[in-house]
Design a protein around this ligand. Structure first.
Ligand SMILES: Cc1cc2nc3c(=O)[nH]c(=O)nc-3n(C[C@H](O)[C@H](O)[C@H](O)COP(=O)(O)OP(=O)(O)OC[C@H]3O[C@@H](n4cnc5c(N)ncnc54)[C@H](O)[C@@H]3O)c2cc1C
Length: 484
């Protein structure tokens, strides 16, 4: 498996990256003619800021243009123009992706959905909202809260990432251990297809099974099957305040055993996150939050069951932490302190990025295998002399080992890539998956091939070719192009 070396491809016919790039002036002019003024940007500094997402380890180049549409019809005009010019189109939300899914490929046009950021409708009776794809996750949650409603999927990037990006990656998050992932909340979509059609998929009703589940197919397709221009999301009533249970552990493996113990106790926490001392130290060095340096690993559990039943659940979670060998554990009585710990969890990734390039894993293993996987990650880090920090949506078995290398240290980069592949192999051996929530993008394409059998990979190719016959939608992501 290679990370950061292969070339995205996939524009159909005889087009090569060089021939696509050579046609750039034509497509830029055609886009300018097809769209209202100001939508097409070619300023090199702006292009540079749209060249890649947060997965800087994955290959990327400058796009030939960035387009910022303001309406679905404009997105449709972009796709139709790009079909004519056989130009790849890379959809982009906020660019917080961690697998290179939004990275620009040779000769491409990046379509940034940021300006389409309106909440169009909130239906309190049916409990859904209709939103444009550029709405930021936290903004949607705040908007619907004013209607007494709650949008659960809460990736740790919720202050920045967009609903369109969340849909395209089927993002998970902190409360997903109890409430499910983005796909569980997508009722319907409006999409521009690879043939330039503007279509509606799915429903607004509570139930509906007419035809194939094309909405489900679009969710998690990472911009390779269509560009999402509108999303209808299911909402829940606002929930009760949560209680927080914090536990300190002397090793990641002991914390992993506590995760298994929580599941074995039959508990369904509303969050169960793991943060290790590398992350806490990096956040503290950045934000000076006065975080404790007493623990090798902190486990943060939450319970949102109301009343006495919730109190009892929190006590049972505490007992599970203590039974697994926590050096200290308590049900927090201080909401501010509990929120600070969760804020530190959210800031861990950007804090580590300040120390050097970070290569992010996203493996997900069965809950019972969490301790074994964490032990394996430690062994791999030691064997390759690589610092591996850990954050995890631990309650889901979704681990984020973060491989950190000193800036400019090419030898460490090579070792990190070997470690990256071994972690993936280790997760697959334990019955896990290469990606729990970040998607395949560029970084995990070989992992996908390792995980799914050839017949299933062929189904992926068949779907891609049927829905994107010109091969222009985010080519080279998820599945590498088939030789024609
Ligand atoms: C600090 C931090 C914490 C994170 N925590 C989590 C987490 O807890 N859970 C999680 O799942 N992820 C997490 N991520 C990863 C990332 O935030 C998610 O993948 C998120 O869903 C990406 O949203 P975005 O708007 O930034 O999309 P982008 O990064 O811009 O794009 C992501 C993918 O979606 C495609 N895309 C974007 N918009 C559209 C559209 N309208 N139509 C079609 N395709 C589109 C892009 O082509 C790309 O393939 C985290 C990232 C960071 C930096």
């Amino acid at each position: 498996m290679t990370t950061g070396t292969s070339t995205p491809s996939g524009v159909s016919g005889s087009a090569t990256a060089a021939s696509v790039a050579a046609r750039a002036p034509d497509v830029v002019a055609a886009l300018g003619a097809a769209l209202p003024p100001g939508r097409v940007v070619t300023d090199p500094d702006v292009l540079a800021s749209y060249a890649h997402d947060e997965a800087e380890w994955a290959e990327n180049v400058l796009p030939v243009a960035v387009v910022r549409p303001r309406a679905a019809e404009e997105v449709q005009a972009v796709v139709r123009t790009c079909i004519e010019h056989r130009t790849p189109v890379v959809p982009r939300g906020a660019g917080t992706g961690l697998s290179g899914g939004a990275n620009a490929s040779a000769g491409c046009v990046v379509v940034s959905m940021e300006a389409m950021d309106a909440v169009l409708e909130v239906d309190e009776l049916e409990r859904f909202a209709v939103v444009q794809p550029g709405v930021v996750n936290d903004d949607l949650r705040a908007h619907v809260a004013r209607h007494g409603l709650w949008y659960p999927p809460d990736p740790a990037s919720s202050p920045w990432s967009t609903i369109g990006g969340n849909v395209a990656t089927n993002a998970g998050g902190v409360c997903c251990v109890k409430y499910g992932v983005t796909g569980d909340y997508v009722l319907g979509l409006q999409v521009v297809t690879g043939t330039g059609e503007l279509v509606r998929l799915g429903r607004r009703t509570a139930k509906g099974v007419a035809g194939y589940d094309l909405t489900g197919l679009m969710v998690g397709s990472e911009g390779t099957l269509g560009i999402v221009t509108e999303v209808t999301v299911r909402l829940r009533p606002l929930r009760d305040p949560e209680r927080t249970v914090a536990g300190y552990f002397d090793s990641v493996v002991a914390a992993g055993e506590a995760v298994t113990a929580v599941a074995a106790a039959g508990l369904t926490p509303s969050a169960l996150e793991l943060v290790d001392r590398h992350c806490l130290a990096a956040v503290d060095a950045w934000k000076n939050m006065g975080l404790s340096d007493d623990a090798e690993v902190v486990l943060l559990g939450r319970v949102d069951t109301p009343g006495a039943a919730g109190d009892a659940e929190a006590e049972r979670m505490l007992a599970a932490f203590e039974g697994a060998g926590a050096s200290w554990a308590a049900v927090s009585t201080d909401a501010e302190e509990a929120d600070a710990l969760f804020a530190a969890r959210r800031l861990a990734y950007p804090a580590l990025e300040r120390l050097g390039p970070v290569l992010t894993e996203d493996v997900c293993v069965p809950k019972a295998a969490v301790p074994a996987m964490l032990a394996r990650i430690e062994q791999i880090g030691a064997a390759h002399d690589i610092v591996i920090a850990n954050i995890a949506h631990a309650g889901d078995g979704n681990l984020h080992p973060l491989l950190i290398t000193p800036p400019g240290d090419e030898a460490a980069r090579d070792r990190a890539q070997l470690a990256f592949h071994e972690i993936i192999a280790g997760a697959l051996a334990l019955g896990g998956t290469v990606t729990g929530e970040h998607g395949i993008g560029l970084l995990k394409r070989d992992g996908l091939v390792a995980e799914i059998p050839p017949a299933v990979l062929a189904m992926h190719h068949a779907i891609k070719e049927a829905l994107d016959p010109h091969g222009i939608l985010n080519p080279g992501k998820v599945v590498a192009a088939r030789r024609r």
